[in-house]
Design a protein around this ligand. Sequence first.
Ligand SMILES: Nc1nc2c(ncn2[C@@H]2O[C@H](COP(=O)(O)OP(=O)(O)O)[C@@H](O)[C@H]2O)c(=O)[nH]1
Ligand SMILES: [Mg+2]
Length: 438
Amino acid sequence: MDTIAAISTPPGEGGIAVIRISGERSLDIAERIFRGKSSPSKLESHRVIHGEIYDGDNLIDEVLLTVMRSPHTYTGEDVIEISCHGGEVTANRILKSILNGDARLARPGEFTLRAFLHGKIDLIQAEAVEDIVNARTLMAQRYAISSLKGELSERINGIKESLKRVETLMEAFINFPEDATEDGTDIYADIRDTKAEVETLLGGTRCGRFIRNGITIPIVGRTNVGKSSLFNRILEEERAIVTPIPGTTRDVVEGTVEIDGISVTFMDTCGVRSSRDQIEAEGISRAKKVISDGDVILLVIDQSQPLNDEDRAFIDLLRHKYVIAVLNKCDIERNGEYEIPFEEVSVSAKTGENIERLFDMIRNEFSQSSGDIFMLKERHINILNRVRESLEDALRSNTLELTVYDVKSAIESLEEMTGEIKREDVLESIFSQFCIGK
Ligand SMILES: Nc1nc2c(ncn2[C@@H]2O[C@H](COP(=O)(O)OP(=O)(O)O)[C@@H](O)[C@H]2O)c(=O)[nH]1
Ligand SMILES: [Mg+2]
């Protein structure tokens, strides 16, 4: 493999910038451009040395240079890291002198790709690297680092190993039926257990998705029920440092707060009404747009008024969603009985009464999980669903030959998940999402 280099720190001004080189020629390059008390190739692995980078006879910068020798490096290859002064110019000058014939610019994610190809990490761990970089909340970062340390991989490998045992047993039965002794192993029970384990992982999907992407909560309801008042109250109670930004394509205002380490974005539907007759249609059609983005929806109802047709239209629209009905204006007298097919909470956006209770209910919505939580990616979810289907097929088939076939395809899917089976298109789509220098 050729030697690659890239600036690993983000562009712009900063205290330092780091340039990374990986590959066989890393040390030669360091020799060529670096001058210090000792020469990089004489240095032991994982040592830092102070010196200067030159482009020919021109001094570029004063730097720290780290030498890391194969195989105990991020990529598994010889790696050199140069920490120089930050800013737009310095790191680029150094990179240019590195690339000068000896190395080429790394593609996005290529260092991590090499780590994967050299068996330093599996594909699930490689994907976790990107999750760490992209984490926007404490929780997302925590789950990402646990995946990088191999917790998810371990679970997947455990499932795979059980299936391999089942496969071996079944093949023995098929090939040597005369030797088959009843040793008490119930193959089908093992397959059922494995399927349950896959379902446990899938059960945490919704929660994992919230941790990764945050959660979006549209506030909907007819005009004048207090949606905007509630929106403002929520953002204020949380002392969120947020500026509601008017949606550019939709008539919404958004504000994000962090609840229990999860990023929660509330959306207030605002906007103008065109004419009196259109109020209802407008309200509903605007709501539809944000509802489709919502993970949990707050339906605001003015409890000082009886339910009207417009309220009922909203209730119908939301029937199959995760909804919390917020009966607002509890500071004034209630007018009417409410038959609402959702969980409800009585609050006052005006006085702040019971807003904490509303928060508890929101918390409940996102912390409920029927399974073990991992921050699964869409790719993982698709594969695990496939594994589950194969195992269902395996349990349904009534010949050993068919069962073993389904078990094998489940194993293959899992090997695709960890990257033991390498698919060019999958690698391409994963690593092209990375930043350059990672
Ligand atoms: N008494 C009382 N009035 C409220 C409350 N929430 C909102 N309002 C009033 O209801 C009216 C409509 O509120 P607004 O937030 O603009 O409703 P929206 O059209 O649903 O966004 C305003 O006059 C608010 O002051 C509440 O909890 N109690
Ligand atoms: Mg409003």
